[in-house]
Write a protein that binds this ligand. Structure first.
Ligand code: 5GP
Length: 119
């Protein structure tokens, strides 16, 4: 069940401030409060979706297209296309998802190293 009191829902409602990058009908992007790289931004859908599979299964076509357009607009606004970036969508317990509103991390601005440390 989607928790309407998660921190990103509060950001969407304007109850918690954020450093906005771009906003559209179906998405909001903003800088991460605890950046792991020189550029670390979150893109979130405006609808109440918990994670990747919740969004893929339930969101309308307009919402899904609008979200990915938001990712593209944010990458463009951050000027990351030239040197590259990484997109991460942590999901569930094993994915170490902390905030239970779908979000995609955009990480860039420096060489961010290997994708995952091998166990
Ligand atoms: P997750 O582990 O769920 O994939 O990532 C959650 C991200 O949300 C973390 O990178 C964390 O720093 C970020 N975050 C948590 N609370 C806030 C907040 O209040 N504002 C912003 N801008 N980012 C937050």
């Amino acid at each position: 069940m989607y928790d309407t009191n998660n921190i990103f829902a509060k950001i969407l409602r304007g109850e918690v401030p954020c450093k906005k990058v771009v906003q559209g009908d179906y998405f909001l992007s903003f800088h991460d409060i605890n950046p792991k790289t020189n550029v670390h931004v979150q893109v979130i859908p405006t609808g109440p979706y918990i994670n990747a599979h919740d969004f893929i299964q339930k969101a309308s076509q307009d919402e899904q297209i609008g979200f990915w357009q938001g990712v593209n607009e944010t990458i463009t606004a951050l000027n990351l296309k030239g040197n590259g970036y990484r997109l991460i969508m942590n999901t569930g317990t094993n994915g170490r998802q902390e905030v239970q509103h779908l979000h995609i991390h955009i990480l860039g601005g420096n060489d961010i190293g290997p994708m995952v440390v091998k166990k």
